[in-house]
Write a protein that binds this ligand. Structure first.
Ligand SMILES: Cc1cc2nc3c(=O)[nH]c(=O)nc-3n(C[C@H](O)[C@H](O)[C@H](O)COP(=O)(O)O)c2cc1C
Length: 364
């Protein structure tokens, strides 16, 4: 094993060990600015609420995804096995962490393959950095018989890392090539700094139809890198990024037929319901799964998601929506800094019209 590979392996382990004790933030994901309307006489029964959706030709019982975390070291094998069992039990989706390590060392493939082994029929995403080659992308998909490929954009994280990439000129061309080459949907995702309208448009123009906004307010890779490198005070990367609620609106306001995953600091069913009301289709959660698994147990993680799903259904009833499609069209009240942001970006009117009842655009 060469020095570079050993370093990458130990970085993956460091990420897990740091993330298990890491607080969210310091920036907020912005959901405190979003309000939904309580429907006090909702003429519905909880059992009738339909939370199902199709994603990449598979059915999910509820719109949740255990987002990309890990793979490689021995601990990752155990983590991925647990995550896959929880995903199978609940009928939710899962992504493995970056498969870069397995590209260099086939012995590490088992730590990723375990996710498919534990959940043979589940919706499972492969994961690589967006600077990978089409050959690597195909290999990562085949390794898992994956239903989709997540390509992560992590420019801020790379810049925060002493050993990180510095040249991103080929990024968009590489993504376009991969979208053309691979046989499954390509989901381009951020890892906690958010996607803007401009980025979403650039990606759409290169054939990308699936985005994961990965906004700020949750796991902060600026902070993780500071701890990992033993840097004294906060770095610029820790207060940089687009809050998740804003990023969902930025992307969805383009009204393009893009399937949007909301992620980054989403911790409660209320934040999940607000995300869908802003236009997202699926909810990704990463940080809490690491904390619950490594500080507690697989049972506690399962219980967390069971509560989340139960609360999600209750909130759908209280907002008078029987399906996810209905939820994505309800009025949303946007206040505070999020409103200021969306106003200055010319996005606010779309939501305002929907909320005032004069128009009901489908902010995809
Ligand atoms: C320990 C850890 C490792 C991660 N590794 C990856 C990775 O390999 N690939 C990736 O795309 N995202 C990775 N992420 C980012 C998450 O998928 C997610 O985008 C980010 O943590 C924001 O979501 P959260 O606030 O719910 O944690 C990782 C997150 C954590 C906590």
């Amino acid at each position: 094993m060469d020095k570079e590979h050993r370093k990458n392996l130990s970085r993956k382990l460091d990420h897990l060990q740091i993330a298990k004790d890491l607080a969210d933030g310091p920036l907020s994901a912005g959901f405190e600015d979003i309000y939904l309307i309580h429907q006090a006489a909702s003429p519905m029964s909880l059992v009738e609420i339909d939370t199902g959706l199709s994603f990449a030709n598979k059915k999910l019982k509820v719109p949740f995804l255990i987002n990309a975390i890990t793979g490689g070291p021995r601990l990752s094998l155990e983590v991925n096995a647990s995550l896959a069992r929880v995903a199978r039990e609940l009928g939710i989706a899962m992504a493995v962490g970056s498969q870069r390590l397995a590209m260099a060392d086939p012995d590490l493939e088992t730590s990723y393959r375990i996710a498919r082994k534990e959940n043979p029929h589940g919706l499972l995403f492969a994961n690589l950095g967006a600077l990978c080659t089409p050959e690597e992308a195909v290999k990562a998909i085949e390794m898992l018989e994956a239903d989709g490929l997540q390509l992560h954009l992590n420019l801020a994280q790379e810049l925060a890392m002493a050993e990180g990439d510095r040249d991103f000129r080929s990024l968009l061309d590489k993504i376009a090539l991969i979208v053309e080459t691979v046989p499954v949907p390509v989901i381009v995702k951020e890892v906690g700094f958010g996607l803007s309208r401009e980025t979403a448009m650039e990606l759409w123009q290169r054939g990308v139809k699936y985005l994961d906004v990965g906004g700020c307010g949750g796991t902060n890779f600026g902070t993780i890198e500071r701890y990992r490198q033993g840097i004294g005070g906060p770095t610029v990367f820790e207060e940089w990024g687009i809050p998740t609620a804003v990023s969902i609106a930025e992307v969805c306001s383009l009204s393009l037929p893009i399937t949007v995953t909301a992620s980054g600091g989403i911790r409660s069913a209320l934040e999940a319901v607000k995300s869908l009301a802003l236009g997202a289709h699926l909810i990704g959660i990463a940080g809490p799964t690491v904390k619950l698994l490594l500080n507690s147990s697989e049972e506690k993680l399962l219980a967390y998601f069971q509560q989340l799903i139960s609360d999600f259904r209750s909130l759908m009833l209280l907002s008078g929506t029987g399906t996810l499609a209905e939820l994505r069209k309800i009025p949303v009240i946007i206040t505070g800094k999020t409103k200021d942001w969306l106003e200055q970006r010319g996005i606010m009117d779309q939501y305002r019209q929907r909320s005032s009842g004069t128009n009901k655009p489908d902010c995809r």
